[in-house]
Design a protein around this ligand. Sequence first.
Ligand SMILES: Cc1ncc(COP(=O)(O)O)c(C=O)c1O
Length: 351
Amino acid sequence: MTPPRDLDVIDLRSDTVTRPTPGMREAMARAPLGDDVIGDDPTVIALQERVAALLGTEAALFVPSGTMANLLALKSQTEPGDEVILHRESHVYYYETAGFAAVAGLSLRFIDSPDGRFGPGSIDPLVRPGDDHFPRTRLVEIENTHNRAGGVAWSVEDVARVSERARALGLRVHMDGARLWNACIARGVSPERFARHADTVSVCFSKGLGCPVGSALCGSRSTIARAHRTRKMLGGGMRQSGVLAGAALYALDHHLARLAEDHANARLLGERLSGVPGVTVNLANVQTNMVYFNVSGDASALCRRLGAQGVLAFDTGPSTIRAVCHLDVSRAQIERAAAVIARECAAQAVG
Ligand SMILES: Cc1ncc(COP(=O)(O)O)c(C=O)c1O
């Protein structure tokens, strides 16, 4: 529901809703530009080199979205008819319009677990026998942080164990790291520590880092060369995209460390909501910038009522609501949002 215009809107729908800050806009305006399809946009080149260095990979490719980065990762490391093992609640399966099937021609096999993480033992039973009746199992996908599990961050050790087993089975590993930056802050490790256990990693600049557009796919030179060709095929070749890469470079300088504030805000919101009658929050899964909570009534009706009070959040199930903390919400706004949610939950319980 659109809130009345005079309300100070607290938009917790996603960390993608952030607007570029004045400093970021300035960096975009100042960015030296070329034509990235021809390959001479200096700001895109600088961003790709910076991200590859951060993740310790040979190469990185700037792409319009996390969806495209994941699709390119899959398509660059498989053949049509191959199969990918991934969590049932993964973003690739849930929210990426089945590009894995429509564009990459892939089949999926699912791992179930309560919080998006899984152990090496989950892989073996899902690997197909080497027989012409079956698809060829090719790749394991890990989502870090895991969105639908509530922003849960994998540990480096857990990623390493899964990756070691996958590689022993001859499988590649892709990490959907749309929020890898959050995982790094939550776990106190560098992106490189995670990336060394994957063949490809996608990262996003347009979520917690606050950019208007942009993601990157990182990996070996040969995989990124394949991804580069497919990016063009999918219409993802962008020309003076240095204006966007300039925002990403600015964000890496100014918005990385502050993700800890979003995590503290999510913790605060989770704790406040866990004390509200009729609301349940699994605080163990509130590890980064997201809070998923269950309500006793109809979640979509509650979201409409919250919207009318200037608090925007998404219902992600009949009784589940997601609130995401980001650059454009302050601690004071989180306190206010918690109070509004508590009031509306109480009203819904009565009404
Ligand atoms: C875990 C995860 N992967 C990938 C994506 C896709 O990113 P985009 O919206 O840039 O396509 C998202 C988007 O929220 C996400 O949460």
